[in-house]
Design a protein around this ligand. Structure first.
Ligand code: NDP
Ligand code: GDR
Length: 372
């Protein structure tokens, strides 16, 4: 039985990857952070009672800022494969906490690689680094592929740039099987609520049920190459099953704007909208609505506005990946389109909003407001 260790197992990708590896018959270990309240919602459905025998999904408390902790876990687990998915992964937040982001995202990667080496596991343990299309930042070539020069535009991207190169360096210096997946944005119903796609699908669903009046967004001109997390974790595993470690771009090869994703999400919820105005005065007004799907919406409602608070000090305007190498060498192609993914996310958030609305209708005090 192969043994895998996942950092960031409580995150979007960690949860899908843990499911995927368990289905493949792996013994899966995950690192979770201590928090003052439960933070395992995304993996609760695969949780195994620690009091039972024959467990194949085991959680360890840990943190990427703590090398002694990481070394102890690696020594105990002796993994065949390490997937380093843990990170302060929010680009906008990285401008507010740049040092913490560098510590966890850059040095955290070094801590794991160095622990593997010091424990003498460099010939046994294969290492996957969650690299990112944010490395391309101010893009130098369209579309972006493995050879496109990097130009990071945030503390997050700069930290991930270090992590990218230290992974390459340990591969070249110590002959470790260590590789980077340069993943473009990928989403799902499990996406964190403050990333733009989920913020949109959740916001639209709450508006549909009258739980919120308006969704406030930043730069709606931003263009992204959005895929589904399920497709992308499959590729993370494939990258560790090759003879030689190599880096791959994982993307769909198609891009749409944030504005288009809003329109698509609203349509899924039975709401037709029209955008008007420019810059910070841009807004979206309801043209027609199917009140069976969106009982809380009226024609003429203004449901989306711009809030400059969500602008970033430096923006990544456009990303479009070229996944040809992954297709040619690994036979990987994305199976879920952005339209299908959007429909799944909206359906999931409508379901949640409907439940909230029902509770509210029966006198329970439900607040859906959140700082985004
Ligand atoms: P999430 O933000 O959903 O998950 C991040 C995970 O990292 C969570 O489990 C989080 O724990 C954990 N984490 C945060 N800080 C620490 C720390 N100090 N020590 C240990 N663990 C920590 O991210 P995704 O699942 O979306 O992404 C996975 C990885 O892939 C990340 O590294 C991200 O930067 C990268 N990436 C993501 C892309 C995407 O579009 N999703 C694209 C390209 C790269 P907790 O639950 O406690 O917060
Ligand atoms: P990104 O994802 O920065 O690409 O990083 P995010 O969804 O946060 O932003 C995408 C684009 O949408 C614009 N935007 C907004 N973004 C947020 N979060 N909130 C808003 O209100 C809003 N309005 C407009 C942003 O400016 C941006 O241009 C994600 C993360 O998962 C990273 O960890 C990962 O490395 C990259 O994707 C690839």
């Amino acid at each position: 039985m192969k043994v895998a260790l996942i950092t960031g197992v409580t995150g979007q990708d960690g949860s899908y990857l843990a499911e995927f590896l368990l289905e493949k018959g792996y013994e899966v270990h995950g690192i979770k952070r201590r928090a003052s309240s439960f933070n395992t919602e995304r993996i609760d459905h695969i949780y195994q009672d620690p009091h039972t025998n024959d467990k194949n999904f085991i959680l360890h408390y840990g943190d990427l800022s703590d090398s002694s902790n990481l070394t102890r876990i690696l020594k105990e687990v002796q993994p065949d494969e390490v997937y380093n998915l843990g990170a302060q992964s929010h680009v906008a937040v990285s401008f507010e906490s740049p040092e913490y982001t560098a510590d966890v995202d850059a040095l955290g990667t070094l801590r794991i690689l160095e622990a593997i080496r010091l424990l003498g596991l460099e010939k046994k343990t294969r290492f996957y680094q969650a690299s990112t299309s944010e490395l391309y930042g101010e893009v130098q070539e369209i579309p972006q592929k493995e050879t496109t020069p990097f130009y990071p535009r945030s503390p997050y991207a700069a930290a991930k740039l270090y992590a990218y190169w230290i992974t390459v360096n340990y591969r070249e210096s110590y002959g470790m099987y260590a590789c980077n997946g340069i993943l473009f944005n990928h989403e799902s119903p499990r996406r964190g609520e403050t990333f733009v796609t989920r913020k949109i699908t959740r916001g639209i669903a709450n508006i549909a049920y009258g739980l919120e009046a308006c969704l406030y967004l930043g730069n709606m001109d931003a263009l992204r190459d959005w895929g589904h997390a399920k497709d992308y974790v499959r590729m993370q595993w494939m990258m560790l099953q090759q003879e030689q470690a190599e880096d791959f771009v994982i993307a769909t090869g198609k891009q749409i704007s944030v504005r288009e994703f809003v329109r698509m999400s609203a349509k899924e919820a039975g709401i037709d909208i029209e955008f008007s105005g420019v810059g910070i005065d841009e807004c979206a007004t309801v043209l027609s609505v199917n009140n069976d799907l969106a009982p809380g919406v009226t024609v003429g409602d203004v449901v989306v506005r711009v809030d400059p608070r969500y602008f970033r000090p430096a923006e990544v305007r456009s990303l479009l990946g070229d996944p040809s190498k992954a297709k040619a060498k690994l036979g990987w192609v994305p199976e879920i389109t952005v339209e299908e993914m959007c429909a799944e996310m909206v359906a999931s958030d409508l379901d949640k909003a409907k439940r909230h609305a029902l509770l509210k209708g029966h006198g329970f005090d439900i607040s859906v407001a959140r700082e985004n």
